[in-house]
Design a protein around this ligand. Structure first.
Ligand code: KIV
Ligand code: ZN
Length: 521
C-alpha cells in the first residue's frame, strides 16, 4: 500500500457551496495559486456546469496552476461531463470527478431513478469522462446511507469503466470513525478490482467528526482525503485540510504516511480563504485559529518558556505562523507592487486597474509603515467587485462618537453614478453608519453577521470586516478592509449590497433535479 496520502482540496467547490461563499474567477485563481504553493495534489476548482462563469473560472485555474491536478465536478450526465472535461482540458494535469447518489433515500426522492439506472448512468459517464482525461474520479453521493451490496456493485462497475479514484462520501456527516473505517475495509476486501483504484474519503462535519472519520478511513487504507481550508463547506463544513495534514504529520508514528503539503503555507492559505469568502476563523480553531499557539494561562506560559514541547505538539512556524512576509513599504515602486501581485496570483485586467490598486497601496503605506502579503491580499479583496458590477460605491464617511452622546455617522455613496448622502444616529458608530447607508438604499436585507479581524499584528493593522446579509433566502458576504474599522465596515456593507444586487445563476450540484437517461438536468 502506498505511503503517500493524496490531498484533494475542494475549498473552491464544496467550500464554495457555503452560503455567501461564492468566488469570482479572480478569487479562484488567487486561491488556486496559493493551493499550488501549499502543494496540494488535486484542486477541485468548481462545478463547470453550474454557470458559464463557473466554467470560465475553472478554465482560468487550469491555465494558472502548473503543479497540482485541476479537477471539475460533474453530475453523472453527458452534458455535465462534457462541460467538466472541456473546462479542465488545458490543465497540465486534469481530472474529471463524476458523482451520483446511491442511497435509497436519494435515489427515490431526489433522483427518482431505479438503482440499475443509477449504475448505468455512472458507468456511461465515467467512460465518457475517460475520453477527456485518464484521471477520472467516481463518487457515490450519500455512500454513508447506501446499501453496501449496491456500493460494491457500482464501485466495481465504475472501476471497470475506467475510474481511477473511488470516493466514498459521508455527505450528511452521519458516520462515526469505527463504522467508517469498517466500511472502507469491507469495500476494499469485497470488490475484486479494488486494487486498481485509489480509495478516497470525503466527510462532512455535521456531528463534528469529519476529521476523525477521514483519519479512520486512512487507517483502513484510504489514500486520498477530500478536505477544505478552514473546514469550509456546506452546513457544518468539510474535513479541515490543516487538521488532516497536521494530524498525519504530527502522529506519523501512528499513520506511517506522508503528504506532499508544504505546511508553512497553511496559515497564509487559511487567511486568504477567510478574506475571500468572508468566513472568519474562530480563534480556538485547531492549527489556524488565532489562539492555536497562544498560551494564556501562567502555568502554560512558564512551561513553554522553559521547554516548548511541554505544551506544544507542533511548532507555530511549521504551519506558517509568524511567517508574515514584509514585502513592500512606502518607497516601493509600481513595478515592485505589480510583481508581488503576480507572485500572489493576482492579475489585474487593465493598466487603469493596476494604477488604481497602486494608488490604494500608496494610501495604505502612508498609514501603515510595514506592508505584508496579508495586507496586499486584503487590499485586493476590496477590488474583487469589478467596476461594472459596482452598483453602489462608498464615496466618503464621517463619524463621531463621544461619551454620553449618541454616536453619529454621515455617509456619501453613489448608486449607479448618482451621488447620495445621508446621516443617522445609532447605538454605536457602526450601527449609525449602517443605518445611514440603509436609509439611502432601502435594501430590505437582514444583517446575519458582522465580524472584525485584524489582518496583521498591532493597532496600526488593517481591520478586515465581514458583513453577511440575507434577503429572500439568498445570502451574500461582503468584505472590506482599512486601517479605520468604521471605513472597513462601510466598505464591507457596500460590498455585500453590490453582491446582492448582482444576479446569480449558479446552481448547487447536489440539489439538482432528477437525472434523465442522457442526463440533461
Ligand atoms: O458530499 C458529497 O457527497 C459531495 C460529492 C459531490 C462528492 O460533495
Ligand atoms: Zn461534500
Amino acid at each position: 500500500m502506498q505511503n503517500q496520502l493524496i490531498i484533494f482540496d475542494t475549498t473552491m467547490r464544496d467550500g464554495e457551496q457555503s452560503p455567501g461563499a461564492a468566488m469570482t474567477k479572480d478569487d479562484k485563481v488567487r486561491i488556486g495559486k496559493q493551493l499550488e504553493r501549499l502543494r496540494v495534489d488535486v484542486i477541485e476548482a468548481g462545478f463547470a456546469a453550474a454557470s458559464p462563469g463557473d466554467f470560465e473560472a475553472i478554465r482560468a485555474v487550469a491555465a494558472a496552476v502548473k503543479d497540482s491536478t485541476v479537477c471539475s465536478l460533474a453530475r453523472a450526465n453527458d452534458n455535465d461531463v462534457k462541460r467538466a472535461g472541456e473546462a479542465v482540458k488545458d490543465a497540465n494535469r486534469s481530472r474529471v470527478h463524476v458523482f451520483i447518489a446511491t442511497s435509497p433515500i436519494h435515489m427515490k426522492h431526489k433522483l427518482r431513478m431505479e438503482p440499475d439506472a443509477v449504475l448505468e448512468a455512472a458507468v456511461r459517464t465515467v467512460k465518457l469522462a475517460r475520453q477527456y482525461t485518464d484521471d477520472v474520479e467516481f463518487s457515490a453521493e450519500d455512500a454513508v446511507r447506501s446499501e453496501v451490496d449496491f456500493l460494491c456493485r457500482i464501485f466495481e462497475a465504475t472501476i471497470k469503466a475506467g475510474a481511477t479514484t473511488i470516493n466514498v462520501p459521508d455527505t450528511v456527516g452521519y458516520s462515526v470513525p469505527d463504522h467508517w473505517a469498517e466500511l472502507f475495509r469491507t469495500l476494499m476486501t469485497r470488490i475484486p478490482n479494488s486494487g486498481k483504484a485509489v480509495w478516497s474519503t470525503h466527510c462532512h462535519n455535521d456531528l463534528g467528526m469529519a476529521v476523525a472519520n477521514s483519519l479512520a478511513a486512512v487507517m483502513a487504507g484510504a489514500r486520498q482525503v477530500e478536505c477544505t481550508v478552514n473546514g469550509l463547506g456546506e452546513r457544518a463544513g468539510n474535513a479541515s485540510l490543516e487538521e488532516i495534514v497536521m494530524a498525519v504529520k504530527t502522529r506519523s508514528d501512528i499513520f506511517k504516511i506522508t503528504t506532499g503539503v508544504d505546511t508553512t503555507q497553511i496559515v497564509p492559505a487559511s487567511k486568504l480563504v477567510s478574506t475571500i469568502t468572508g468566513y472568519p476563523v474562530q480563534p480556538n480553531k485547531a492549527v489556524v485559529g488565532a489562539n492555536a499557539f497562544a498560551h494564556e494561562s501562567g502555568i502554560h506560559q512558564d512551561g513553554v518558556l522553559k521547554h516548548r514541547e511541554t505544551y506544544e505538539i507542533m511548532k507555530a512556524s511549521d504551519v506558517g505562523w509568524g511567517a508574515n512576509r514584509l514585502t513592500l513599504g512606502k518607497l516601493s515602486g509600481r513595478n515592485a507592487f505589480k510583481s508581488r501581485l503576480q507572485e500572489l496570483g493576482i492579475t489585474l485586467a487593465s493598466e487603469e486597474q493596476l494604477n488604481a490598486a497602486f494608488a490604494r497601496f500608496k494610501e495604505l503605506a502612508d498609514k501603515k509603515r510595514e506592508i505584508f502579503d496579508e495586507d496586499i491580499q486584503a487590499l485586493m479583496s476590496d477590488e474583487t467587485v469589478t467596476p461594472d458590477a459596482e452598483h453602489y460605491k462608498l464615496i466618503s464617511i464621517s463619524a463621531y462618537s463621544e461619551t454620553g452622546e449618541q454616536p453619529f455617522s454621515r455617509v456619501v455613496i453613489s448608486e449607479e453614478g448618482r451621488e447620495k448622502r445621508s446621516e443617522a444616529r445609532g447605538g454605536g458608530i457602526i450601527d449609525a453608519t449602517f443605518k445611514a447607508i440603509e436609509s439611502m438604499v432601502q435594501s430590505g436585507t437582514e444583517l446575519l453577521l458582522y465580524s472584525v479581524n485584524n489582518v496583521t499584528e498591532g493597532t496600526d493593522s488593517q481591520g478586515e470586516v465581514t458583513v453577511r446579509l440575507s434577503k429572500n433566502g439568498r445570502i451574500v458576504n461582503g468584505m472590506g478592509s482599512d486601517t479605520d474599522i468604521v471605513v472597513a465596515s462601510a466598505k464591507a456593507y457596500v460590498s455585500a449590497l453590490n453582491k446582492m444586487a448582482a444576479k446569480s445563476q449558479r446552481m448547487n450540484p447536489q440539489y439538482g433535479e432528477a437525472a434523465t437517461a442522457n442526463g440533461t438536468l
